[in-house]
Design a protein around this ligand. Sequence first.
Ligand SMILES: *Cc1c(COP(=O)(O)O)cnc(C)c1O
Length: 390
Amino acid sequence: MASNPHLSSRLQGFGTTIFAEMSALAVKTGALNLGQGFPDTDGPPEVAEAAIAAIRNGHNQYPPLPGVADLRLAIAEHQQRFWDVRLDPNTEVLVTAGATEAIAATLLALCEAGDEVVVFDPTYDSYAAGIAMAGARIRPVVLTAQANGTFGFDPVQLREAFSPRTRLLLLNTPHNPSGKVFTDEELSLIGELCVEHDVIAVTDEVYEHLVFDGRHRLLSAYPGMAERTVTISSGGKTFSFTGWKVGWATGPADLIAAVRVAKQFLTFVNGAPFQPAIAVGLRLDDSYFSQFRRQLEQKRDLLCSKLGQAGFDVLTPQGTYFATVDIRRLGFSDGIQFCLGLPELAGVVAVPSAVFYQDRKDGAHFVRFCFAKNDAMLTEAGDRLITAFA
Ligand SMILES: *Cc1c(COP(=O)(O)O)cnc(C)c1O
């Protein structure tokens, strides 16, 4: 994590993360890797076949800037089917190179240098870098473990995070790494504050189909929010094709047009044959989406039960495919040291949640495990942790 003298001042501190080190450690020790956040099996075969057919049928040149028309239509249909949102596929839908590009383009399009972006901390790792590249400043509101075993925030701190410099609020629900699903009450307050301070909301909903407890709610559905929210998602997590990088931003035409300007000069376009394939995915029966959720819910329950048996305090996630544990009950306090030693100690790799926090102290005692893995691996990893700690 040494600083690189070639790196611009905007990007100082965003060098190589601990992930590379952890993965190298996994390979070296032969440990089971529950660190990396992607599934170990591919998604629906009919979606894969659609991509192969698209390549064979000549969908290999630049697609249109806003995305292929049929995918934009499929995204609009999906938003209507699941979330009761009506969109004009021609003006209110933009296809991007994954959710990551949609987030970066939105930040670059909408922020002036010095503007502030309110986020809930910990954050997905691209947020702070995207905000920095846009010349804006991150204004974190820390999520803390509540008595009921979920993550929550102090409404007073959220209110205080808004200032005359606040341009955007960037919300991720279901939330990676915490597994939190923001509640109706929380989203109401967030919406009220955005309206009161004339702030635009950007929501990252890549885990929209992985809510196990409660239900997924769109911030754009709250009073006054439809006209000020850019809603972002992607096919990577929903269809278990994280390498395809087909994402989208939806929202009011004027905001989407602004995001399109920035997107045009980042990648212009991507994934010509994957775009029609993701359209096939978005049109799968409801049963695909419910089975996918049930399957991951079972994996959550399997891993969380083992983590509990190993003696951790488990913060059972309401959504996503990540579970967080508090390591203090096992006598540890530093998650980074704990994760560096874990392959040797237990033959398992996990990620220290501290790396997702603006101030690492806030997440020092949390460790994240990914459960989007086959049941045999989850069982074996869980049993190894039980043997090492229980
Ligand atoms: C995986 C992930 C992304 C990245 O999505 P892509 O479509 O692969 O760019 C964005 N946000 C969160 C919270 C994620 O977990």
